[in-house]
Design a protein around this ligand. Sequence first.
Ligand SMILES: NC(=O)c1ccc[n+]([C@@H]2O[C@H](COP(=O)([O-])OP(=O)(O)OC[C@H]3O[C@@H](n4cnc5c(N)ncnc54)[C@H](OP(=O)(O)O)[C@@H]3O)[C@@H](O)[C@H]2O)c1
Length: 250
Amino acid sequence: MAKKEHSGNRFGLVGKNISYSFSKGYFSSKFEDLGLDGHSYENFDLEDISAFTSLIENNTLSGLNVTIPYKESVMAYLDEIDRQAAAIGAVNTIKFTKNGLKGYNTDAYGFEQSLLPHLKPHHKKALILGTGGASKAIAYVLDGLGIDFCFVSRNPSRFQMHYNEVTATVLTSYTLIINCSPVGTFPDIEAKPSIPYAHLAPQHLLFDLIYNPEKTAFLQEAEKRGAGYANGFHMLQFQAEKAWEIWNKK
Ligand SMILES: NC(=O)c1ccc[n+]([C@@H]2O[C@H](COP(=O)([O-])OP(=O)(O)OC[C@H]3O[C@@H](n4cnc5c(N)ncnc54)[C@H](OP(=O)(O)O)[C@@H]3O)[C@@H](O)[C@H]2O)c1
């Protein structure tokens, strides 16, 4: 990527089929609240990541968010990757600096900040449901917090579990369960990951990265059995605030 210094107050989100975007509404009202009249936030819906080059060359931008399905593929287009984003293997925030484009991951920060208030000392082992882009940031955070984790997948590789292997015994020790799959997202709100919910108890904590609906079928199971639960809304807000901080840092 040619090094080109960008200035100005144009921000945006890069992804595919992103008309639903939380970020556009969030940042537009933030700019309004702060009286930042010259600031704008747009959706850049790319059919393919190869269109990223012309997006950068034809627009003067200050910062970008990146969402599904480009959090990993965008990394090849950046001049520098922050240490944490490199360790996670995914970028969701890009800053335009005098040295070119630098990628960051603020999903990890968002998840950690939203998980911590719910975490209890007995949450020592976690199941991560799904093995996509988001699950990498979640695994990175759990690792940092010293929480053992195991991925649960429909097609498990070595050291991962299949959903069929999540038994009552497994749930006795894995008391933190994080849904990193899209199962249960609006409009498919009756769907939930396939685990034996009947064995949930008050010591469990279920975290769903999904925020629409507010209380997924997965989280309703937790509520029914007196377990703790949290959705992905605060994570989303925290990651957006962290991106804002990164864009504004000199
Ligand atoms: N709240 C936030 O701030 C935030 C941030 C990032 C992402 N998210 C949400 O987190 C979720 C995951 O994001 P992602 O980028 O990792 O998505 P993704 O890559 O599309 O999918 C994640 C994983 O879910 C599993 N999966 C997909 N479809 C499934 C199905 N029909 N049944 C069971 N498992 C299925 C797959 O793992 P296996 O093939 O191994 O089963 C897949 O790799 C999305 O709902 C996204 O909106 C929220």
